[in-house]
Design a protein around this ligand. Structure first.
Ligand code: SAH
Ligand code: SF4
Length: 357
C-alpha cells in the first residue's frame, strides 16, 4: 500500500509536490491543512489550497488521505478515558485511547495490527501479528483522538504514548516518520519529551533511538528481574536477555541524559512478592529510572490474576525505600477494557455489541 498524505513529513510533502510539477512553496498551506487543521479528505476545498495543488490532488498522482472509520468506541464511567476501535483501509482494526484530564490529555496509539512478541498476559500478543502500520496510519490515529477532543472538550492533545497494540520498535522507520510529523511545530506540535515509546525490550531499536536526533521518552516493559521469570511472560527475552537490555537502557540514559521509565505489570502470585521488588531495585541500581507499576488487567487467554491492593502497596514501598521512584498506574478505564488489545478482543463477544448501539 502506498503512503497516505497524513504519513508525509513536511520535507516528504515538498518533494511529492515537486515530483508532481508543483512549486514546493505550496507545502506550507497543505501541511497545515492536513496536520494542524485536520481537514481530512476534502483538502481541495480547504482554505489556502490554490489551483495548482487542487489539480495535483485531483490528478491521481497525489497520495490519498488516510481515512480511519470508527467501528466502536467506549467511555469509562468517570469520563476520563475513551477508547476507539478504528478500521483501516484494508479492513484491519486497531485501538486508540484518549486518556487524562482537561489541560493534559494523552493519546495512546497503536503501532501494528496485532503483535509478534507474544507476551502471554497481553490481549494483543494473544492475537498474533498481522502487519505493521504505515506512518500515516499512526498519524491518523492521533488525528482521530485530537478531533474527538476538539469536539468534546474544545481541547488539544498534549501527550502521546505508544502503548496501544503492537511493538513500536519492531516498526522503527514508520514510527519515526509518524512521530516526526506529530512533533512538527507546523502540525500538532507535540513536544518530543511528551512522546513516550513503550517497548518490550527491543534492544536494536533502543540503541537506534539513543542515536536518533529527537529525544523521545523511553519506557521499557520489564515484568521480571531474572531471565527465567521474564522469559516465561515475555518470550522475546530469549532473544534479548535482561543483562543486555539493561545495558542498552543505561546507554540510552547516558547518551540522551534522560530518565528511563520501566513498566512492571504486577501479576498476583507471579511477580508481586517482596523478593521481586528487591530484585527489581537491585537490577536498576544507579540508573536514572522510574518504575510504573501496572496491576494486571485479566485477559481471556491468560489465567493470571490481578495482585491484591496490599501487595501493590508493599511492592511500591520496598522499591521506594531503595530510592527508586515509582507510580502505580491508575486503573482508570478498566471498565472500558483499556488493557492493550482488549477492546478488539472483547468485541468478538456478544456483550460488547450492546455498547456499540
Ligand atoms: N509493545 C509495547 C507497547 C504496548 S503494551 C510494550 O510491550 O511495552 C503497553 C504496556 O501494557 C506494556 O507495558 C505491557 O506489558 C502492558 N500490558 C499489556 N497487557 C497488559 C495487561 N493485560 N495488563 C496489564 N498490563 C498489560
Ligand atoms: Fe506486544 Fe507489548 Fe503486548 Fe508484548 S505487551 S505482546 S510487546 S503489545
Amino acid at each position: 500500500m502506498p503512503e497516505s498524505l497524513e504519513g508525509l513529513s513536511y520535507r516528504a510533502l515538498e518533494s511529492a509536490l515537486e515530483h508532481g510539477g508543483v512549486n514546493p512553496v505550496h507545502a506550507r498551506p497543505l501541511f497545515s491543512a492536513i496536520q494542524r487543521r485536520l481537514v481530512g479528505p476534502d483538502l481541495a476545498g480547504a482554505e489556502g489550497i490554490l489551483p495548482p495543488v487542487q489539480r495535483w490532488l485531483a490528478s491521481g498522482a497525489a497520495p490519498a488521505s488516510c481515512v480511519l472509520r470508527q467501528s466502536a468506541s467506549t467511555a469509562s464511567a468517570d469520563g476520563f478515558t475513551e477508547k476507539y476501535l478504528l478500521r483501516l483501509a484494508d479492513g484491519a482494526e486497531v485501538e486508540s485511547v484518549r486518556m487524562g484530564f482537561p489541560g493534559r490529555f494523552t493519546a495512546c496509539l497503536s503501532s501494528q495490527v496485532g503483535c509478534a512478541m507474544g507476551c502471554v498476559f497481553c490481549a494483543t500478543g494473544q492475537m498474533g501479528f498481522s502487519r505493521h502500520l504505515m506512518a500515516g496510519e499512526i498519524v491518523a490515529q492521533a488525528h482521530h483522538v485530537e478531533r474527538c477532543l476538539r469536539t468534546s472538550h474544545g481541547e488539544r492533545l498534549r501527550n502521546i504514548v505508544m502503548m496501544g497494540m503492537g511493538e513500536p520498535l519492531h516498526n522503527f522507520e514508520p514510527l519515526m516518520e509518524a512521530l516526526d510529523i506529530l512533533t512538527d511545530n507546523r502540525g500538532l506540535n507535540i513536544g518530543p519529551a511528551r512522546v513516550a515509546i513503550s517497548t518490550v525490550g527491543h534492544i536494536p531499536g533502543i540503541l537506534k533511538l539513543a542515536r536518533h536526533p529527537k529525544r523521545y521518552s523511553l519506557a521499557v516493559s520489564l515484568h521480571g528481574a531474572s531471565d527465567a521469570e521474564r522469559a516465561a511472560l515475555i518470550p522475546v527475552n530469549k532473544k534479548w536477555p535482561l543483562a543486555d537490555l539493561i545495558e542498552a537502557c543505561r546507554e540510552y540514559s547516558a547518551i540522551k541524559r534522560a530518565r528511563v521509565f520501566f513498566a512492571w505489570t504486577l501479576i498476583g502470585g507471579v511477580n508481586d512478592s517482596a523478593g521481586h521488588a528487591q530484585r527489581l531495585a537491585e537490577l536498576l541500581k544507579g540508573m536514572d529510572a522510574h518504575v510504573n507499576l501496572i496491576p494486571l488487567n485479566a485477559t481471556e487467554g491468560y489465567e493470571g490474576e490481578a495482585p491484591t491492593e496490599a501487595n501493590v502497596r508493599e511492592f511500591q514501598r520496598i522499591i521506594q525505600e531503595t530510592g527508586l521512584p515509582s507510580t502505580v498506574r491508575q486503573r482508570r478505564g478498566i471498565d472500558v477494557a483499556a488493557g492493550c488489545g482488549q477492546l478488539k478482543a472483547q468485541r468478538r463477544r456478544p456483550s460488547f455489541a450492546e455498547a456499540e448501539r
